[in-house]
Design a protein around this ligand. Sequence first.
Ligand code: ZN
Ligand code: ZN
Length: 82
Amino acid sequence: MPNFVLCQSCLRVRPYSDALHQTEGSCVCGSDMCGCPDCDAVAEKLMRRDFTFEAWEFKRTIDFTGYTAESGLCLNKVINHS
Ligand SMILES: [Zn+2]
Ligand SMILES: [Zn+2]
């Protein structure tokens, strides 16, 4: 049983529930939250504010400025980052 679900876009972390894991667009940003073992492990790091990820884990470079597990990333930064 995972502890967390992780938003696939804004990286917001929420306590795990089947509804959040299984429902499409369950994050307030409109993206899907996932509670698979990989996402659960990443979410646990984010909760500790451990941002030492390998780039491949997200397949993109992420600016964690202003990030909190409760409110996620500023999505504008993600979209504008090239
Ligand atoms: Zn989100
Ligand atoms: Zn996942």
